[in-house]
Ligand binder design. Structure first.
Ligand code: PEP
Length: 251
């Protein structure tokens, strides 16, 4: 039985003070939640403060990106050592906004995934098709390439640590959600690709989140699908009550 995982991607929102306020609000409701893994992913600048707020709770902290390198002359980058020093346990990699605006590609995303796993950080690898790709019936082709390339050389034993987030790009921040059936279909497809890559045991173990306008009103239906193991939440994660309601829908 896979434990559900709900992660809040705060993106480029929240100053330190605002992040502390939001984390405190979430902590009020979810500090002792053990049935679902709860992860908060604030911007880099608020990681330390949010880590302090949730220390000694069941809530984990994640970053929104990470360098594939260990240290050195990489202006503007943040490496695994810096994240681990702040008690970060997860890292979102390959988010569609990074693919689109910063031209991240599967090659570099794969290097980051491998580095995160090597350093005991849990990657949340994001994959998903654009609207044009869905309309051209290319969803499976696009997602399969992202999975095969993004998870290249990841051993079967690591699939219990990593998380895949299926996020149809057309559903992110648009208010449009994939129907539960559409999402389930792609999640089952992804699990099949993983099975083909590394075998049934790893495919059954890997957690696959849905992301794309998940909110309290649609969370329960999405989360009740057999291959949907949680959610990566953007907009609704910026409100403590909404985020907590989504976590409760996963119980
Ligand atoms: C996201 O960006 O990961 C996301 C799912 O955003 P939203 O929930 O706002 O669609």
């Amino acid at each position: 039985m896979r434990k559900k995982i709900i992660a809040g991607n705060w993106k480029m929102n929240k100053t330190i003070g605002e992040a502390v306020e939001l984390a405190n609000g979430i902590k009020l409701d979810l500090a002792a939640c053990t049935e679902v893994d709860v992860v908060l992913c604030p911007p880099f600048t608020a990681l330390k403060s949010v880590s302090d707020v949730v220390s000694e709770t069941q809530i984990a902290v994640g970053a929104q990106n990470m360098s594939s390198e260990d240290e050195g002359a990489y202006t503007g980058e943040i490496c695994h050592t810096m994240l681990k020093e702040l008690f970060v346990r997860y890292v979102i990699l390959g988010h569609s906004e990074r693919r689109e605006y910063y031209k991240e590609n599967d090659f570099w995303i794969n290097k980051k995934v491998l580095k995160a796993l090597e350093k005991n950080l849990r990657p949340i690898l994001c994959v998903g098709e654009t609207l044009a790709q869905r309309e051209a019936n290319e969803t499976e082709k696009v997602v399969e390439v992202q999975i095969r390339e993004g998870l290249k050389d990841v051993p079967a034993s690591a699939y219990t640590e990593l998380v895949i987030a299926y996020e149809p790009v057309w559903a992110i921040g648009t208010g449009k959600t994939a129907t539960a059936e559409q999402a389930q279909e792609v999640h089952a497809f992804i699990r099949g690709v993983v099975k083909d890559m590394v075998g049934a045991e790893a495919a059954n173990a890997v957690r696959i989140q849905y992301g794309g306008s998940m909110k309290p009103a649609n969370a329960e239906e999405l989360l009740s699908q057999p291959d949907i193991d949680g959610g990566l939440i953007g907009g609704a994660a910026l409100d403590a009550t909404s985020f907590a309601a989504i976590v409760k829908a996963a119980l």
